[in-house]
Structure formats: structure tokens, C-alpha cells
Design a protein around this ligand. Structure first.
Ligand code: NAD
Ligand code: LMR
Length: 309
């Protein structure tokens, strides 16, 4: 019996809850929101879809009553403001840090054993906030961004090469901002190195588009993305609940890995029932390491803002 709580029943949270339900990843999904009746309504709508899409996951909504979330195995935190055109993710810190702090306090009161997945932005620093507040070990507080950013990179490549996205394997590292580090050297298409199939200029353009992929959608829609982020969050919960030992890029506290200490960054990990079960250390070349260090610098600047609040 797996129970997942999703805090924030907005675009990303409701999408994650829907995927968790219709794919029967959890037996019970509790949606929580601060807006009166909002989570209850979304949960009811998802439940009423069950006879159509044929699933039996129970979905329950709650307006800020965390007693309903008790003993969740996994908690996905999506509460907070999304950015608008012209904003960076870091501009959200002053509002979202307070929201993530209070939500985390409520979550851990009722689910002291849960594994927490942060989605709210600025992602790496909100994961840091949840870690400070919960005092949970680093294996149990993580951020979702790498699966999404890698998915964007794979989708752009699949389009350029006119191949199935299913056949693209890739890894991307660093913070969830414009300094993220897609890694063409670790990108393959049906086992073939991508560099054998695509010219350098096209590949470089795809890498650049990936880095600003979130902003591209914000410009188009006036708010940020939700289908891919919601699915990516549910995929992380699935790996944990089913102890799948999936290898994903996940935001985690580094404690010396890659020569980086006490910083939250996306790196490849093994995800299973204990949360982050292993951090995989790639043998990065000099250029890749320089990119990772510049991403670290960008994330640290925002971590410092939080430390000085
Ligand atoms: N990590 C990622 O890759 C990624 C991807 C997409 C969005 N995001 C971030 O996720 C967050 C949510 O995005 P969205 O599009 O779903 O926004 P949204 O506005 O649609 O939903 C956010 C919800 O949070 C709720 N909320 C606010 N304060 C709350 C509180 N204290 N307790 C409970 N609920 C509260 C709001 O009422 C709202 O329903 C944003 O910060 C966004 O930047 C991150
Ligand atoms: O871009 C955003 O603000 C939301 C999210 O981080 C994304 O990458 O879609």
C-alpha cells in the first residue's frame, strides 16, 4: 500500500496526482492546497476519471488539513508561485522559501518517515530549504529537475533526428537554471553516440535550447510548464515506491562528490526505496567540469540569499 501526498494542487501538482492515479503508482494520493476547496475539487475530478481510464487509486483532497496526509511514503511539494514572462526562477525565492518552509513543517509532523521530492522553484535552493527545515538525511530530501531538463533535451534531439524519443539516452547535470549542463558525450541514440548522427552546430543549438527550455514555455503560456514536470515528479515517486533502482539526474546535497561540498545540484543517482541510494560520479573532462563549477557558483549565490534571509 503506497500513499503519496502532493502539496499544491495547481498545474504541476494536479498533473502529478493524475499520473500517480491513472498509472496506479500509488494506492492513495492526497492533494493539499491552501485555496479553499481547490484540492478537494481536483481530487474529485481525478477520481471521477477512474471509471473511464480504469484505475482504482483513491484520490483525496484537503484544504490545508495535513492530518489526511499522515504516514505518506512520498511527499511531492509543488506549492508556490510559478514565474511569469521576464522573471527568472530565482526571483521566486522570497515568496516560495516561506511556503516551502511552512509546508515542510506540516508534512514532517504527520509523515516523519516520508521521502520528500521538491518541485517548487528556485528548485535547488528550495530543496536546500526543505532539508534545513526537515533535518532529514540527504538521501530523503531531493529535487525534481534533471528528469524534466533531460526530457526536453531528448525531445529536441528526437525531433531533429526524426527518431523515437524512446531511443535516446542522455544525462544532464547541474542546477535547474540556465547554467545547467547537458552532456553530449553521454548522449546516445539506440546505443550510437549522438555526435555520429548530428552536426556540431545543430547539437549546440539543442543544448542551448534545453538550457532555456523552461523560459521558452513561460514566454508561450504566460506561466510555466506542467505536463512534463508533473510526469517527471510522478516518475521519481514510482522509482521510490517500487524500489526500481532507476538512474536519473536528481537534485541532491553534494558532500564532496565532484569536488563539491554542501551544495544542492543535479547529478545522476540511483533511486530506490531508500530514496537516493547512490550518487554516481562521472569522470567529467575539463570542459564539462568547468561548466558544472559555474552552475555550482550560480546555485550557491541563491543559497546565500536564503542563508541571509
Ligand atoms: N522543478 C521543476 O522542474 C518545475 C517545473 C514546473 C514548475 N515548477 C515550480 O513548481 C511550482 C508550482 O507551479 P505550478 O505551475 O503548479 O503553479 P500553480 O500556481 O498552478 O500552483 C501552485 C499551487 O500552490 C498552492 N499554494 C501556495 N501556497 C501554498 C501553501 N502554503 N500550501 C499549500 N498550497 C499552496 C497555490 O494555491 C496553487 O494552487 C512553481 O514554483 C514553479 O516554478 C518547478
Ligand atoms: O521554467 C520554470 O519557471 C518552471 C520550471 O522550472 C521549468 O523548467 O519548466
Amino acid at each position: 500500500m503506497a500513499k503519496v501526498t502532493v502539496v499544491g494542487a495547481g498545474n504541476v501538482g494536479a498533473t502529478a496526482a493524475d499520473v500517480l492515479a491513472y498509472r496506479e503508482i500509488a494506492n492513495e494520493v492526497v492533494l493539499v492546497d491552501i485555496k479553499d476547496g481547490f484540492a478537494e475539487g481536483k481530487a474529485l475530478d481525478i477520481w471521477q476519471k477512474s471509471p473511464i481510464n480504469l484505475y482504482d487509486t483513491r484520490t483525496v483532497g484537503s484544504t490545508n488539513d495535513y492530518s489526511k496526509t499522515a504516514d505518506s511514503d512520498v511527499v511531492i511539494i509543488t506549492s508556490g508561485l510559478p514565474r511569469k514572462p521576464g522573471m527568472s526562477r530565482d526571483d521566486l525565492i522570497s515568496t516560495n522559501a516561506g511556503i516551502v518552509k511552512s509546508v515542510t513543517e506540516n508534512v514532517i509532523k504527520h509523515s516523519p518517515e516520508a521521502i520528500i521530492i521538491i518541485v517548487s522553484n528556485p528548485l535547488d535552493v528550495m530543496t536546500y530549504q526543505a532539508h534545513i527545515t526537515s533535518q532529514f538525511p540527504r538521501t530523503k530530501v531531493m529535487g525534481m529537475a534533471g528528469i524534466l531538463d533531460t526530457a526536453r533535451y531528448k525531445a529536441f534531439l528526437a525531433e531533429a533526428l526524426d527518431v523515437s524519443p524512446k531511443d535516446i539516452q542522455a544525462v544532464l547535470m547541474g542546477g535547474h537554471g540556465d547554467t545547467m549542463v547537458p552532456l553530449p558525450r553521454y548522449t546516445t541514440v539506440g546505443g550510437i553516440p549522438v555526435t555520429e548522427l548530428i552536426d556540431n552546430d545543430t547539437l549546440e543549438a539543442i543544448v542551448q535550447r534545453t538550457k532555456t527550455g523552461g523560459g521558452e514555455l513561460v514566454k508561450l503560456m504566460g506561466t510555466s510548464a506542467w505536463y512534463a514536470p508533473g510526469s517527471a515528479s510522478a516518475q521519481m515517486a514510482e522509482a521510490i515506491i517500487k524500489d526500481q533502482k532507476r538512474v536519473f539526474p536528481v537534485c541532491v546535497k553534494l558532500e564532496g562528490e565532484y569536488g563539491i561540498d554542501n551544495c544542492y545540484l543535479g547529478v545522476p543517482v540511483v533511486l530506490g526505496k531508500n530514496g537516493i541510494e547512490k550518487i554516481i560520479e562521472l569522470d567529467l573532462n575539463e570542459d564539462e567540469m568547468a561548466l558544472l563549477k559555474s552552475s555550482e557558483k550560480a546555485v550557491r549565490e541563491v543559497m546565500n540569499v536564503l542563508d541571509n534571509k
